[in-house]
Ligand binder design. Structure first.
Ligand code: GRF
Length: 289
């Protein structure tokens, strides 16, 4: 039962314990607060009291679990959980099911985090899976905090085996976002997701792209070449590194004082400012309501 829940919610044992604790404490707090409020109104115990009590605890429950979830580090999980229940209770049925999106990331995950936050509570897009090839990547913790299932992948299976296509299809993934994922995407995935895989590159492609052009190597090359500007490129992924059709670019100045570190900082800011919104616009164009 607990194993099933862990799998269903995509969380670790320790998070499962904290989630169950949040349900228990949130429920108790909600019952207590409901009773105190009714005592304060001076209502006599009886049918009306029971009806009011049920209405009150229905309204108080989300507030109480969110309050408790915060110090227990489970706010991300409960924010999504409460939003989902809210949609069901209020009966706002979606016209279409949301586009289920996977983020492939294997680093710190700052872009993944912005994307997850951007689409939290969205009815159009759901970040349903985080795919990662590095067990110690920061992005895994970010996904777990947000209650998003993760898939840790192995190189041989990814490049020469099933390419994890069955797992992606089973999770209903319709769109893939690369955010700091360094392995080349195999042709089988590109064919299965035509114009449905995007990447962000920390320079103005077609310059400073290709194999080996990642992280500080890009910024070092830009500075060494004496460029006066750099930027970001969001592009479709094809069978070559950093090569697919360009969707969006944004620029920033490069000054004489810039080092690879300061430039990396500027570029990260540009990425955070644009990547989530550009993904949203692209999905809207691809899936008009
Ligand atoms: C970003 O700079 C992106 O351009 C590149 O990988 C980096 C990922 O950074 N593809 P983070 O893990 O999102 O912080």
């Amino acid at each position: 039962m607990l194993e099933k829940l862990k799998k269903h919610w995509g969380v670790k044992s320790v998070d499962l314990v904290l989630i169950i604790t949040t349900f228990a404490l949130g429920g108790s707090l909600c019952g207590y607060a409901g009773r105190q409020l009714l005592l304060w109104t001076g209502l006599e115990r009886g049918l009306v009291w029971i009806v009011f009590y049920i209405i009150l605890i229905t309204l108080l429950w989300p507030v109480c679990v969110l309050l408790i979830s915060y110090p227990l580090g489970q706010f991300g999980f409960f924010r999504k959980y409460v939003a989902k229940i809210g949609r069901k209770v209020i009966g706002r049925h979606r016209r279409k099911s949301p586009v289920r999106m996977a983020i492939f990331a294997s680093g710190a995950g700052s872009n993944a985090e912005r994307i997850i936050n951007h689409f939290a509570g969205s009815e159009e897009v759901e970040v349903s899976l985080v795919v990662c090839n590095n067990p110690s990547a920061g992005v895994l913790g970010i996904a777990q905090k947000a209650g998003i299932p993760t898939l840790l992948i192995e190189k041989d299976i990814f490049l020469n085996g099933s390419h994890y296509l069955p797992e992606l299809q089973q999770a209903g993934i319709r769109f893939i976002v690369l955010a700091g994922f360094l392995w080349k995407i195999p042709q089988a995935l590109i064919s299965a997701y035509p114009q449905k895989i995007v990447n962000i590159h920390p320079a103005l492609l077609p310059k400073y792209g290709g194999k080996g052009m990642y992280g500080h190597f890009v910024h070092e090359a830009v500075i060494a070449a004496g460029e006066k500007e750099s930027g970001i490129t969001i592009h479709y992924v094809d069978e070559l590194y950093d090569h697919g059709q360009i969707i969006f670019q944004a620029k920033c100045p490069v000054t004489d004082k810039d080092t690879p570190d300061t430039l990396a900082h500027k570029i990260h800011e540009l990425e955070h400012a644009h990547y989530p919104g550009e993904i949203g616009s692209l999905l809207q164009k691809q899936n008009p309501r």
